[in-house]
Design a binder for this molecule. Structure first.
Ligand code: NDP
Length: 286
């Protein structure tokens, strides 16, 4: 049976450390400040934003939430970002994605000061990650990386397969694993014989968005399996339904060496890593 990688507990430990380090920074005169900007009223985004604000306060940060109407112009949004860039009380800026269609998402992201880009999506931070520089790393792959490190401090020479090539998960995850000297393959919807490729993986990261797509017989015995997927399965009786990952957890657990559950794996680590990045920003900016 695989070791269960308890992301919830790991995230709590990380937040406890952040809380202690925050109080030390506050004593020196700097209270980390996280500004979260949300445009429109998407219920899922609102849940994420609320939980980010709550966790930020719990570790001792100042939390500033800017809720803007769906109809806000790109110009007004860029002006707000600029104001936050120049606000000394704000060390981290996060613009919740997706943005409405009339707003150029990439332009907004690249208007955030790279020094306050705690999501790690600014092109400067993307570039730093690729060349191995000191920038901000996107929170979800950072959380995955921390959990893999706990399982295996030296990944050098291991085969890693990342399924999914998005800018927010798949590509930065691959860069982190390459930085650990893994032999990395990025798979996507055009990959041929995905099951055979996955079977080569000592480390398998699934970031696809397809419920339980990765089956038990795709997994190399003993592999570390990180399931990023969050998929809601509707209940047959019209109830709340349930969340599942991209990996068939029940089938994979007896085969893998270690595996993250959904929920309670990558999700909690993502928010904890946002706090980690914000503390780092506050330390750098003072
Ligand atoms: P995207 O939709 O941006 O990317 C999905 C990737 O999966 C694409 O590269 C796509 O390939 C690939 N893909 C789709 N179908 C297949 C297939 N049949 N075989 C192989 N590859 C396939 O998703 P994200 O990266 O944003 O998110 C992935 C999942 O992770 C989602 O479930 C999301 O909800 C979850 N997530 C969880 C987070 C957390 O905190 N736990 C944070 C962020 C995301 P192609 O490029 O060819 O289309």
């Amino acid at each position: 049976m695989a070791d269960l990688i308890d992301g919830k507990a790991r995230a709590q430990t990380l937040r406890d450390t952040i809380k202690v380090e925050t109080s030390e920074l506050v004593a020196k005169g700097t209270t980390p400040g996280l500004a979260v900007v949300i445009v429109g009223s998407d219920p899922a985004s609102q849940v994420y934003v609320r939980s980010k604000g709550k966790m930020a306060k719990e570790v001792g940060f100042n939390s500033f939430t800017h809720e803007l109407p769906e109809s806000i112009s790109q110009k007004d949004l860029l002006e707000l970002v600029d104001t936050l860039n120049n606000d000394a009380a704000v060390h981290g800026i996060l613009v919740q994605l997706p943005l409405p269609n009339h707003i150029d998402e990439q332009l907004v992201i690249n208007t955030i000061s790279p020094d306050k880009d705690v999501d790690g999506f600014h092109i400067n931070n993307v570039g730093k990650l690729v060349i191995g520089g000191e920038g901000f790393v996107p929170c979800t792959p950072l959380g995955c990386w921390l959990m893999i490190k706990d399982q295996c401090a030296d990944m050098s020479g291991m085969n890693a397969v990342v399924v999914g090539r998005s800018n927010i998960v798949g590509k930065p995850m691959a860069s982190l694993l390459l930085g650990e000297s893994c032999t990395v393959t990025i798979a996507h919807s055009r990959t041929r014989d995905l099951p055979a490729l996955c079977r080569t993986a000592d480390i398998l990261v699934a970031a696809v968005g397809r419920p339980e797509m990765i089956k038990a017989d795709w997994i190399k015995p003993g592999a570390i399996v990180i399931d990023v997927g969050i998929n809601r399965i509707d209940a047959e009786d019209g109830g709340r339904g349930r969340l599942v990952g991209d990996v068939d957890f029940a089938g994979a657990e007896p085969v893998a060496g270690a595996i993250t559950p959904v929920p309670g794996g990558v999700g909690p680590m993502t928010i904890a890593c946002l706090l980690r990045n914000t503390l780092q920003a506050a330390r750098r900016l003072g």
